[in-house]
Design a protein around this ligand. Structure first.
Ligand SMILES: Cc1cc2nc3c(=O)[nH]c(=O)nc-3n(C[C@H](O)[C@H](O)[C@H](O)COP(=O)(O)OP(=O)(O)OC[C@H]3O[C@@H](n4cnc5c(N)ncnc54)[C@H](O)[C@@H]3O)c2cc1C
Length: 568
């Protein structure tokens, strides 16, 4: 991973000339005055951990697994939001941890938490480092030091219960490795966020991630049937049945806790049989309103494909759904919908047990797209075994064309699928060219979605002048959907402050318009105040109580979810 940008440096690409010209003419983007610094120029604070504490930590995880070198410290500084990258490009390593620890077991993690609680050392669990909400950037004072707890050595597929279709996996597994291990057993998680190449299973659970195929497979938190968590007070082992009425579900306390309540050291996950066939296609609607109505119909009445994504007029015109082709083709009109289908090819394919769903189970959770609908849909419908992609496609087509959609064939869909992980590389090129590009997301009920959409757009325009604001509906549910915005603007002389001002205004606008502050990126430090407004004082009190009980010394990722002052 590039330390000051995204991904494999080999995949970095130059901005196409038409895009450079568009940025200049449309947004007034000019090359930044100061180019990005080199790795050796990053300014790191003097490491603060006393030798005696380092010795204890070395005894806990092994001397080879405690790193204090500059390379390890820089690579564990912050996450991958645009302000994070801007700070690194400017050589600001002020939030670097003093040391990086690589535990090899649950027992190691417990011992690290014991030592750090006793010595008042802040511990930041570190998965793939792809947080975009300030989830990894400890800035709070009052600690003996800060360590990043890199879970990369916890990377095993521990067990496979093929009968229940439940696997146990360790949290440090990156998504591609997890998929490769599962493929050996014919399974998949079906979790493909845009950060797929680098993010880890632990990070997905801790931040309640959602992937591009969520219409078919559900969110990551839907996949977690159990987990083991190391806390400063001991071990939590949660989840022993598919569903339970035994009191409140404590898994939900850990999911989304972003390392503030404990460290997830093992996950029991429900898996699906890997599909044999995938097909992606494009549809066009005349307007975002009409496209949204069509997605709503599919989400509410079925059939639901695996991938469903609707770009608004601006995003369609720019061609952001196909990043590999931006600037290469003529601007498109209307609103592009990407639809993805998965299934089995034909006769003689693996028998799949019927996935009878429990009433109340999220429609997407069983990968069947529609819960309890005779219509079937998604990946599990009885009527579609054998050539199910073709059958599902036909039924989806009937709904979309009936609501005014025009099929564009597989071209746009395949192009989206090819480029689905390339937009973050484009962000690096845009930053280098002098543009700020950042994404943000929210979710709301269908009836409130137009208001939310307008509120976010207005707030960004009011704060940034005349930015380019693009949006797509990224995840759909029977009751509502997630809106995912991409903003591009010319950098001013203080681009981090420029963006932070805009972000803070947009956070307020989202709360005021009745949306949630995050559908899948999480809270981190960046959404903390808006989250408090969303859950109210009593909600904050409850979280504070949990934090104090599990982490009495307040060492676990201080500052995420709750403001530092929220600790007793
Ligand atoms: C380019 C890009 C695209 C993205 N696309 C998506 C997307 O499509 N969908 C989506 O949901 N998100 C997306 N994200 C956000 C990010 O990838 C997710 O939040 C992801 O879940 C983070 O995983 P990670 O392993 O990188 O975790 P990290 O960034 O390392 O950590 C995230 C948070 O979880 C905590 N944490 C990590 N591991 C553990 C653990 N084992 N136990 C306890 N706490 C832990 C950390 O302390 C931190 O607070 C994107 C980010 C980027 C940069």
């Amino acid at each position: 991973m590039l330390w000051s940008g995204w991904g494999d440096p080999e995949k970095a690409s130059e901005l196409p000339e038409p895009v450079r010209l568009l940025l200049r003419d449309l947004l007034g983007v000019r090359a930044p005055r100061t180019p990005a610094v080199g790795f050796g120029e990053v300014r790191l604070p003097v490491a603060a951990l006393p030798q005696a504490v380092l010795d204890e930590l070395r005894a806990a995880v092994g001397a080879d697994h405690v790193r204090v070198d500059d390379e390890a410290r820089v690579r564990h500084t912050r996450g991958k939001s645009t302000p994070d990258l801007m700070r690194m490009r400017a050589g600001d390593g002020s939030q670097a941890p003093d040391a990086v620890l690589l535990p090899g077991s649950h027992a190691d993690v417990l011992e690290v938490l014991r030592i750090c609680s006793a010595r008042r050392v802040a511990v930041v669990p570190f998965g793939g480092g792809t947080s975009v909400v300030g989830g990894l950037a400890v800035g709070e004072r009052g600690f003996t030091g800060v360590v990043a707890l890199d879970l990369g050595r916890l990377d095993r597929l521990v067990s496979v219960d093929a009968e229940s279709m439940v696997v146990e996996m360790e949290p440090g597994l990156r998504a591609p490795q997890a998929e490769l291990l599962l493929a050996e057993h014919g399974f998949t998680l079906g979790h493909f966020p845009q950060s797929f190449e680098y993010a880890t299973l632990g990070g997905f659970a801790a931040a309640r991630s959602s992937g591009q195929a969520s219409a078919g497979y559900g969110r990551f938190d839907d996949m977690v049937v159990g987990m083991t968590v190391a806390t400063p007070r001991g071990t939590l082992d949660l989840g022993r049945a598919p569903k339970s009425a035994a009191g409140p579900d404590l898994r939900q306390v850990i999911l989304g806790s972003e390392g503030a309540f404990g460290v997830i050291t093992s996950l029991r996950l429900r898996v699906r049989r890997a599909p044999e066939e995938q097909l992606y296609e494009g549809w066009r609607f005349a307007s975002f309103r009409e496209g949204s109505a069509a997605l709503r119909r599919l989400a509410q009445d079925g059939p639901l494909p695996t991938v469903l994504r609707l770009s608004d007029e601006t995003e369609t015109m720019v061609g952001l759904a196909k990043p590999g082709e931006i600037g290469a083709s003529a601007a498109e009109s209307g609103c592009l919908v990407i639809v993805g289908y998965e299934g089995y090819e034909g006769a003689g394919k693996p028998e799949r047990p019927e996935q009878a769903q429990e009433p109340g189970e999220p429609a997407q959770a069983a990968g069947s797209g529609r819960s309890g609908q005779a219509a079937g849909g998604g990946r599990g419908g009885r009527d579609r075994r054998g050539g199910e992609v073709a059958a599902l496609r036909e039924r989806v087509a009937a709904v979309l064309s009936g609501l005014g959609g025009v099929c564009l064939g597989t071209g746009p869909g395949e192009s989206w699928a090819r480029g689905r992980y390339s937009a973050p590389y484009l962000r690096d090129s845009l930053l280098a060219a002098g543009a700020t590009v950042e994404t943000l997301e929210t979710a709301g009920f269908w009836s409130n979605l137009p208001r939310l959409y307008e509120a976010v757009r207005l707030s960004l325009t009011a704060s940034l002048g005349a930015p380019l604001v693009m949006c797509h509906v990224s995840h759909v549910y029977a009751t509502g959907a997630s809106l995912y915005f991409t903003v591009v603007t010319a950098q001013d002389d203080a681009p981090v402050t420029q963006w932070e001002r805009a972000k803070s205004a947009v956070n307020e606008a989202i709360v005021a318009a009745g949306g949630t502050i995050s559908h899948h990126h999480g809270v981190g430090r960046d959404h903390r105040e808006a989250y408090a407004a969303e859950i109210g004082e009593l909600g904050v009190e409850i979280l504070r109580g949990i934090k104090e009980r599990l982490d009495p010394a307040g060492i676990l990722n201080p500052g995420v979810l709750l403001s530092p002052g929220s600790r007793a």
